[in-house]
Design a protein around this ligand. Structure first.
Ligand code: HEM
Length: 227
């Protein structure tokens, strides 16, 4: 077998906390889709018995809400890391690439197999950044509509605080029925986003093995060094 000696430069792309949050959020989203669809259409019902113990719907609902608040908390902390964490500077540098038309054109050509990957300063190419920003907006909408649905059932404590914060939004959206419908429609937009995201991640990992996509697991990217 022919052996080749190559040296690689290792650089940190995603810090451990960013990777951890990525997988926590992935879990939350899958769980919320599943439990949310159960809430919309309870496709399982427990064997009836004479004791008041079979509150499967309530169980799904309470887990949906707990995981929903987990998603909200992690997303807020993730936003903080993006904006303020010193080790996430490379993420923030992607914003300047976003305003560079040459990088946009180079990236589109690369996706169409018409050219090499353009040089980018940050970790995300402009299309990637834009699509993640779009996902963040979807998570914001589904979280806001989620808390409106929540405070309409739980009126005290946190429900009371959220009521005073977001009642105006419920009214602006045309009432609770609309809020529920938006929550449901955004679920479907997220469902469409997920396979595209996974396909693009795999495509990138295959086409640019040193491109850093695998680093959402390991954290590092390895680029061949020329010297
Ligand atoms: C990716 C995130 C989420 C997805 C995919 C999702 C999905 C869903 C779906 C499909 C429904 C059923 C709507 C219907 O009746 O047609 C639902 C209901 C609900 N969701 Fe979410 N949801 C998410 C996040 C959240 C968050 C962050 C909260 C806030 C804590 C939340 C709170 C609720 C509540 C309170 C209900 C209504 C329960 C009821 O009718 O009693 N959800 N969700």
């Amino acid at each position: 077998m022919k052996e080749q000696n190559k040296t690689f430069k290792r650089s940190l792309t995603f810090t451990p906390i960013v990777r951890f949050f990525h997988w926590i959020r992935a879990f939350c989203i899958f769980f919320l889709i599943f439990s949310g669809f159960y809430i919309a259409y309870p496709f399982l019902s427990p064997e009836p018995n004479t004791e008041p113990t079979n509150f499967l719907y309530a169980l799904f609902r309470s887990w949906h809400i707990m995981v929903g608040f987990l998603l909200i908390s992690v997303s807020i902390f993730r936003l903080y890391l993006f904006l303020a964490d010193g080790r996430n500077k490379n993420e923030r540098m992607s914003v300047s690439d976003l305003f560079n038309i040459k990088i946009w054109i180079g990236q589109i050509k690369n996706y169409l197999f018409l050219g090499p990957h353009p040089y980018i300063k940050g970790v995300y190419n402009p299309l990637q950044f834009f699509s993640y920003f779009f996902l963040a907006v979807l998570v914001l909408i589904i979280s806001l509509t989620g808390v409106i649905l929540y405070y309409n059932v739980y009126h005290n404590g946190l429900g009371g605080i959220l009521f005073s914060m977001f009642k105006w939004l419920e009214v602006a959206l045309g009432g609770l029925a609309n809020v529920r419908m938006i929550h449901h429609i955004v679920t479907w937009i997220i469902i469409i986003f997920i396979p595209i995201h996974i396909y693009m991640a795999v495509w990138n990992a295959v086409k640019h093995p040193d491109g850093g996509v695998d680093s959402i697991v390991g954290g590092f990217r390895y680029q061949e060094s020329k010297n």
